[in-house]
Design a protein around this ligand. Structure first.
Ligand code: ATP
Length: 454
């Protein structure tokens, strides 16, 4: 599936719409439609289930988007959360300079100085991807932080920032959570929520946007055990993706080379997914030592150390951090599951082989003939919707309704016909195999429960 095909598919079926469309849009912003909203909710639910609820060590948190700006001083974001940018003198388009070099020359320019970037662009006569001109401004740093102000007076003392990542809210609450939940190291705190980055060149649909939803776990462990946990969470993330159906051939691990790591980092591995433009980052897993907590100790002057109750050792915990964007997961799951299938009789059907746990609707209820079977079908819809997110469709011929359900990934189609009225049986058609089971209405919930287990 190409990116254009995906965008069109997502729009056609109500997964994703262009943002602010009736006003001409807003730079690569997107609205999740009814089905996209459901699917993102399921992705978040799966993440919380696996990373928090099924772990005896981990708990959740919900901290605000706007926090005391000192947090961003301590974390280093105000000083160094920048990307290098250049402008095309001819067409005025703006580019992230390191990506421009990477795309034009295949060189990794991450971490280069502005002078090095200027020299590479000049020496290689790099051209503008938009208009083809060879005339760029000198590279400059550009802060990715969104600035706003808080309170009634708009002066520099009221300047605050929209968080560019969710994890700082976790660090600053480390002590509160540890105390209130009587947690012992090792333990993790996970959070999901919006993050904002004023990206120079957003693009590739949902891959790089300026407002996105992040799921981050900060796992606090004893210094010396970080490698063990780093390996553990790398495997854990890969298994999470595979259990939800991501194919092996669509996944790759990329270990950041040692010389590229920040001085405090003990290792970073990205899980890459095979997007239409090639393998690119889906999930970042970082072993961050005690850097973040130490910075907050330094700036807040508060004691964020941990006293081991058994050994009486006091230390600043080390952190292993798996961090992922819900939008990138959404993109990967859609691309991985979509198929334009040719059937044995030569017909084709669009089908989304998405894991039932992630599917927007778990089942669709279909009265075979609207006039005759609607009353019973509505009764069954009501029954199922007490427990599952299901849809109801009484339009068009049954074959067309099956096709629509296949295309949006609904795993089960429950058809109500004369046999339902006479004997209380419904027919359940499986999205992937297209085979049908006959089930009693009284056993329908059990049937679906069994099939939807995750
Ligand atoms: P990149 O190098 O692509 O800019 P990054 O390495 O800076 O990303 P992190 O800061 O490690 O990204 O963010 C963790 C995760 O958050 C990423 O793996 C990705 O899933 C998600 N993410 C980061 N930036 C964006 C964005 N602009 N749009 C959507 N998701 C994002």
């Amino acid at each position: 599936m190409t990116l254009e095909e995906l965008v069109s598919y997502a729009n056609r079926y109500g997964f994703v719409f262009p943002g602010s469309e009736i006003y001409g849009g807003l730079a690569n912003s997107w609205d999740y439609g009814p089905l996209g909203t459901l699917m993102c909710e399921n992705i978040r639910k799966a993440w919380f289930k696996k990373f928090i609820d099924e772990s005896k060590n981990n708990v959740r948190l919900d901290s605000p988007i706007i926090v005391n700006p000192r947090v961003w001083e301590a974390s280093g974001h105000l000083k160094s959360f920048n990307d290098p940018k250049v402008d095309c003198v001819a067409c005025k388009n703006r580019f992230r300079a390191d990506k421009l070099i990477e795309d034009s020359l295949g060189i990794d320019a991450d971490g280069m100085t502005l002078d090095q970037i200027d020299k590479l662009i000049e020496d290689n006569n790099i051209k503008c991807p938009s208009c083809g001109a060879h005339d760029f401004t000198k590279a400059r740093t550009f802060s990715l932080m969104y600035k706003t102000s808080q309170g009634v007076v708009e002066d520099s003392s009221s300047t605050v920032y929209l968080r560019p990542e969710t994890c700082q809210g976790i660090y600053i609450d480390f002590k509160n959570v540890q105390r209130a939940m009587r947690k012992k190291i090792p333990f993790g705190i996970g959070q999901n929520g919006k993050a904002f980055r004023n990206e120079i060149t957003p693009g590739n649909f949902l891959f790089r946007v300026r407002e996105f939803d992040q799921c981050e776990l900060e796992f606090f462990c004893k210094p010396g055990t970080e490698n063990e946990w780093f390996e553990y969470y790398k495997d854990f993330c890969v298994n999470f993706l595979k259990e939800l159906g991501l194919k092996d051939e669509n996944l790759k691990l990329y270990d950041h080379p040692k010389e590229k790591l920040a001085f405090y980092s003990k290792g970073t591995t990205d899980i890459l997914f095979n997007y239409p433009w090639g393998f690119d980052e889906l999930w970042g897993i970082a072993s961050r030592s005690d850097y973040d907590l130490s910075k907050h100790i330094e700036y807040s002057k508060q004691d964020l150390t941990y006293l081991d109750p058994e050994t009486n050792e006091r230390y600043v915990p080390y952190v292993v951090e798996p961090s992922v964007g819900v939008g990138r997961l959404f993109l990967a799951f859609l691309l991985n599951a979509y198929e334009n299938e040719t059937l044995l009789n030569g017909d084709t059907r669009e089908v989304l082989h998405i894991h039932p746990y992630l599917a927007p609707y778990k089942a669709v209820v279909l009265p075979l003939i609207k006039k005759t079977h609607s009353e019973k079908a509505l009764e069954i819809f009501k029954l199922l919707s007490e427990e599952f997110i299901v849809s109801y469709d009484d339009t068009q011929a049954i074959g067309k309704r099956y096709r629509r359900a296949d295309a949006i990934g609904t795993p089960f189609a429950v058809t109500i016909d004369d046999d339902t009225l006479e004997n209380g049986n419904v027919t359940i058609r499986n999205r992937d195999t297209m085979l049908q089971d006959v089930v009693k209405v009284s056993e329908l919930k059990d049937y679906l429960r069994g099939k939807l287990k995750y």
